[in-house]
Design a binder for this molecule. Structure first.
Ligand code: ATP
Ligand code: MG
Ligand code: MG
Ligand code: MG
Length: 473
């Protein structure tokens, strides 16, 4: 089944059951606590919290999601991408557990024709009701597993609605891992669909696991997320999310640029997937208005671009790559996601500029990195100096995560504390410099004001210029 049909089957199923079809929200969320959209429920957070009452009580969507937290998994697991599409159905105080479970089961087994015997269910450890509902639908107890907070209690990663969840996992067979259900092997028993029974609210805390559960939501709701990329891998009989029709054309473009076949030998398979997969995230992020920057979302984008460029280099691709690979993403997905086609020239300009500035230093930086790895090893140490990571960051534009990753591949670590200390020192110096430059700009602004008051109104451009200067500082 092609991905277009997987999407339409999902949306048709739920619209014909009274769900309003809502477009994806942009990757830049309106929620200030969230860096990038990471789930279909994000845009409905105020509905779940009872802050806003929607005109409808049931919704369905295909949401663009970005999860940088999965970046290191790309190419290493079959199931993780940094950008993916999440198919979802939602109930705002309308139906709850029983219907959510019945809908999901019907769609999986009848709509998508997944074999019942291959489906394994997980439920939150205390959720007897969910287990009973699955049993009633015909899932044998031997294929239902109970898992704890970490796996089966969903929250956004920021304060907001949350609740116990129940997940549908697909057994890909012994070629993908060991037996024992999703609790034993999450690659063989790939999680495809998460049903969240939204009933509580989480407050703030230092780390996700410390967020306190504050109490009940005003009403019980449903939030579900089915990974399009994962379901496509299953229904198209391919190994991983990068070889589905969502990404295969881009993977082929990478093959052509590299002049060799996927998967290649050794680590090349990972590099092929990284370049193709990151190219899609890059295109979607830029099309939604993210531009490369030193921090925040812009840093996520920069990190993805630089990582993709480095992996292209590891494949022996000489010369620019991202403009070609992102163009392939746009050709392949631009019809379903028109924002890609609408912003194709912006995507091209941004990736070309970034690639130009990074490739200038990539070779020298890689040489320094390789030398540091050799040096660290021969000195009998397991950790690359923080100074080296800082120089790679500061002089060669290597995001520190890239250095850490290369070190890890070589069996080493990076002295991250030292790196952070050096970075903080540098930032403090820059801040101090910035302050004195702002003060100087304001002094000059006063002087211009005085001048203009003395000479009356003229075509005076000083304020604009000074203002620009002041913001750049
Ligand atoms: P996993 O445990 O495999 O990392 P998850 O529990 O983090 O997945 P959820 O937060 O429950 O995932 O998201 C709902 C669904 O979105 C998942 O069941 C899966 O189908 C899909 N999904 C999640 N993360 C990714 C990803 N990085 N790439 C592709 N699809 C994903
Ligand atoms: Mg995950
Ligand atoms: Mg999971
Ligand atoms: Mg999950």
């Amino acid at each position: 089944m092609r991905s277009t049909q997987i999407r339409s089957t999902f949306l048709d199923f739920f619209t014909s059951r009274g769900h309003r079809q809502v477009p994806s929200s942009p990757l830049i969320p309106s929620d200030p606590t969230l860096l990038l959209a990471n789930a279909g429920m994000n845009q409905f957070k105020p509905y779940f919290l009872g802050e806003v009452t929607p005109e409808f009580t049931r919704a369905t969507s295909v949401q663009k999601c970005a999860r940088t937290s999965d970046i290191a998994n790309v190419g290493r697991t079959n199931r993780h991408a940094t950008f993916f599409e999440m198919l979802g159905n939602f109930s705002f105080g309308d139906y709850f557990k029983a219907d959510a479970i019945a809908y999901a089961w019907e769609l999986c087994t009848q709509g998508y024709g997944l074999e019942k015997d291959r489906l394994w269910i997980t439920v939150y450890e205390d959720d007897d009701e969910a287990e009973q509902l699955w049993r009633k639908i015909g899932v044998p107890a031997s294929r239902i597993q109970r898992l704890g907070m970490e796996e089966n209690y969903w929250s956004m990663g920021v304060p907001g609605p949350c609740g116990p969840s129940s997940e549908i996992n697909y057994d890909r067979g012994p070629a993908f891992g060991r037996e024992g259900g999703p609790a034993a092997d999450s690659e063989r028993y790939m999680e495809i669909w998460n049903l969240v029974f939204m009933q509580n609210q989480r407050g703030e805390g230092p780390a996700k696991k410390d967020y306190p559960i504050l109490g009940e939501l005003p009403q019980k709701s449903i939030d579900t997320g089915l990974g399009l990329d994962r379901l496509a891998a299953i229904l198209q009989g391919v190994e991983n999310v990068c070889t589905t029709d969502l990404l295969l054309p881009t993977l082929k473009t990478v093959q052509e640029l590299a002049g060799r076949e996927y998967p290649g030998g050794g680590e090349e398979k990972v590099s092929f997937q990284v370049v193709a997969e990151h190219s899609r995230s890059i295109a979607f992020l830029i099309a939604d208005g993210v531009l490369p920057a030193k921090d925040g979302r812009g840093y996520v984008l920069r990190r993805l671009m630089r990582r993709a460029i480095r992996h292209a280099c590891l494949l022996g691709i000489d010369g620019p790559v991202l403009s070609t690979t992102t163009a392939s993403v746009i050709t392949n997905l631009g019809e379903v996601w028109p924002e890609l086609a609408d912003h194709s020239s912006l995507v091209e300009r941004v990736v070309t500029a970034e690639e130009k500035s990074f490739t200038r230093t990539l070779t020298q930086g890689s040489r320094l990195l390789d030398a540091a790895i050799t040096h660290t090893r021969s000195a009998g140490s397991a950790s690359i100096a923080g100074e080296t990571a800082f120089e790679l960051h500061d002089t060669y534009g290597f995001p520190v995560e890239l250095t850490i990753e290369a070190a890890r591949d070589a069996g080493l670590t990076v002295d991250e504390d030292r790196f952070v200390a050096l970075l903080t020192e540098q930032q403090q110096r820059a801040k101090a410099r910035g302050k004195s430059r702002t003060a100087e700009a304001l002094r000059r602004q006063d002087a211009y004001r005085e001048l203009s008051a003395r000479h009356g109104s003229t075509d005076f451009v000083g304020y604009d210029r000074l203002q620009t200067e002041a913001t750049v500082v």
